[in-house]
Design a protein around this ligand. Structure first.
Ligand code: SAH
Length: 333
């Protein structure tokens, strides 16, 4: 799956297959830009900090955040050094074009977080964790099998290492029914650990937005999207976007273990509504032609309504120890 997705992001325009929050409304990036400014203040307004985005796609979110920062928080804008974590050369070129002229040069690209210079940092990641490869384990009468891809199907073999220690067939004390699948994303946990390590060495924060679950849950969430339609995940590797739901509880546990404070998760709908999504939509819609005003309001609904992206998508923040709960999480302390 790792290789299939690397081929996919390097070879196709992923945005023909799915639409992400920053592409739906500019308000998404504006709210996250304001979040960055407030967090930077709480960090003590460092004269220089790394503004890092993991998996920046078309660069839209970063461009919207920088535009907002330049307008309402010029000191923060000036302190920001932009670092993009992107492996696809093709998307790097798209991001370059999106960010040219944003007054934030030089923008640096890296394959890994470890390559970003040390110091204060704020990292954002929207729909990044779901693209990382997962392992799947199937509960059997004797314990667990691991499921592997073979050709266009799956094979299962007895698991020799069950990562969460549920060897007896339990997940956090709950017995997992026979035949059920548990997922495990080692790369996501490695991201949690490396962000937490950064945050324990220098002030900073991380914000992770993705669709997923927060709790001990099982089930097969591997899915593929091709041309906007669900596809069989194992057909034509590299031609469809492969994703899995993010296990926020496991991610938070790894981050806590690494020394970071965790805030949330909260639902995307509650997060965005609490930070002014609808007020901003009204402001943008005012004075526009009816169809345009409707499109602006509908985009806001699409991001926040529980039956659209508002509930399935979750937001989790990590901060350095000693920092206050960031915007959108205060009520959840
Ligand atoms: N955040 C963007 C794009 C999401 S798509 C948006 O919201 O629109 C996932 C992004 O993560 C793509 O940019 C993809 O190339 C990148 N990506 C996937 N796996 C990666 C990895 N292992 N390292 C760095 N980037 C990765």
């Amino acid at each position: 799956m790792a290789r299939a997705n690397a081929t996919y992001y390097a070879g196709r325009d992923p945005f023909a297959d799915f639409v992400t929050a920053p592409e739906i409304s500019q308000i998404f990036g504006e709210i996250l830009g304001a979040w960055v400014a407030v967090t930077w203040q709480a960090m003590g307004r460092p004269a220089l900090f790394r503004l890092i985005e993991a998996g920046p796609g078309r660069g839209t979110l970063m461009a919207d955040m920088l535009r907002l920062l330049a307008r309402v928080a010029p000191d923060c804008h000036q302190a920001a050094r932009v670092h993009l974590l992107e492996q696809s050369p093709r998307l790097r070129a798209v991001q370059h074009a999106a960010l040219a002229g944003r007054g934030a040069w030089p923008v640096a690209w890296h394959a890994h977080l470890a390559d970003v210079p040390e110091g204060p940092s704020i990292l954002l990641a929207n729909e990044f964790l779901d693209a990382l490869p997962i392992r799947q384990f199937v509960r059997t009468a004797d314990g667990w099998d691991e499921r592997f891809v073979q050709g266009v199907g799956f094979v299962t073999v007895p698991a020799h290492d069950v990562p969460w220690g549920a060897a007896a067939g339990e997940l956090f004390g709950r017995p997992v029914p026979l035949g059920e699948i548990l997922e495990f994303c080692p790369e996501a946990l490695a991201v949690a650990e490396s962000v937490a390590a950064r945050l324990s060495h220098a002030p900073g924060a991380g914000l992770f937005i993705d669709y997923g679950y927060d709790g001990a849950i099982w089930g097969d969430t591997l899915q593929a999207l091709r041309d906007g339609q669900p596809a069989w995940p194992l057909a034509d590797p590299g031609q469809a976007d492969l994703t899995a739901h993010v296990d926020f509880a496991a991610f938070a546990a790894a981050a806590r273990q690494g020394g970071a404070l965790c805030h949330g998760s909260v639902t995307q709908g509650a997060f965005l509504a609490g930070l002014g999504l609808f007020a901003r939509a009204e402001q943008l819609a005012r004075g526009r032609a009816a169809a345009e005003a409707h499109a602006i309001r509908d985009a806001a609904q699409r991001l926040a309504a529980p039956d659209r992206m508002g509930r399935l998508f979750k937001v989790l923040a990590l901060t350095s120890p000693g920092l206050p709960a960031p915007p959108g999480f205060q009520a959840h302390e």
